[in-house]
Design a protein around this ligand. Structure first.
Ligand code: AMP
Length: 283
């Protein structure tokens, strides 16, 4: 695996190897890798070359403490990526991604998507996601992009960004399934920050979503959402939201017709560690 730290280094390498845009599979990450990330790398191996990036993006952290505490374990990440068959690892600096600094940056019109769920509870977060993704896509110029369903709304935001920058015909977005621990907890870099007792409780978030998936009936969705919330409250979670939304638009569904494809989504804290998860419900 070749490691590039500078955008020019990466671009020169791809040019020298005569790699075209449609031959590049790209997996953007913030590092502290786990099997979920590696499943994306594995999916990207159907391309001639797999490029992975590790960059902890300061502009997407609405909570500065969360940014400070974000785990960084680069040496282990490098070994994991090598083992997974990644060809090129791109590790840019903040200056490489934001050459003009991190204030006074572009604004993306994400419309409704930015007003609900993660958009509502993490103001500015998706603007930061768009800034870093816009820049990474400009540097790496991939034909295929690999994202995890774990970040359901982020996938929709990045698809919208690709439309906004006029790259819809050039970049194929591949959404990969969420990898889970044995007890159902969605793998996440933040899980390492859970206290041992909280790690056991953390699986309740996926259990609550599974409860919705298995018991949702046509009609008012309030009761089942309240039941799922109660499961979380009993384990000491501080809930941001438990919602059921249209799987294509993320409009909240208060009254389900029993036919529409929906997604159950949750975000909740265990002692300052914020966890998110979702499950698609295909009637
Ligand atoms: P992150 O490093 O958290 O920014 O994640 C990088 C990519 O990995 C994103 O596209 C995530 O959605 C994806 N990802 C994170 N956790 C998982 C998981 N448990 N299973 C599959 N993909 C994941």
């Amino acid at each position: 695996m070749i490691i590039c730290k500078k955008p020019r280094e990466l671009q020169d390498l791809l040019e020298k190897k005569k790699i075209g845009q449609d031959e590049i599979g790209f997996v953007p990450t913030m590092g502290a890798l786990h099997a979920g990330h590696l499943s994306l790398v594995d999916a990207a191996r159907q391309n001639k070359i797999v490029v992975c990036s590790i960059f902890v993006n300061p502009t997407q952290f609405n909570d500065p403490e969360d940014f400070k505490k974000y785990p960084i374990i680069l040496e282990k990440d490098i070994l994991m990526l090598e083992g997974a068959g990644c060809d090129v690892l791109f590790i840019p600096s903040v200056e490489d991604i934001y050459p003009k600094g991190t204030s006074d940056l572009a604004h993306y019109d994400l419309g409704f998507l930015e007003t609900v769920l993660e958009g509502k509870f993490r103001p500015g977060h998706f603007q930061g996601v768009c800034l870093v993704m816009g820049r990474l896509l400009e540097i790496v110029s991939p034909g295929s992009l690999y994202l995890g369903q774990k970040d359901y709304q982020q996938c929709m935001v990045i698809k919208k960004l690709i439309e906004l920058i006029g790259s819809k015909d050039k970049i194929k977005v591949n959404i990969c399934p969420t990898l889970r621990e044995e007890d159902g907890l969605a793998m996440s870099s933040r899980n390492t920050r859970l206290l041992p007792a909280d790690r056991i409780k953390a699986a309740t978030i996926s259990k609550a979503l599974r409860y919705i998936k298995e018991n949702l009936k046509a009609g008012d969705t309030k009761k089942i959402k309240d039941e799922a919330k109660e499961m979380l409250l009993q384990k000491g979670f501080l809930i941001d939201y438990v919602e059921i939304a249209n799987a294509n638009t993320l409009e909240l569904v208060e009254n389900w017709d029993g036919k529409q494809k929906v997604v159950a989504l949750a975000a909740a804290f265990l002692n300052n560690v914020r966890l998110i998860d979702n499950m698609v419900i295909n009637p």
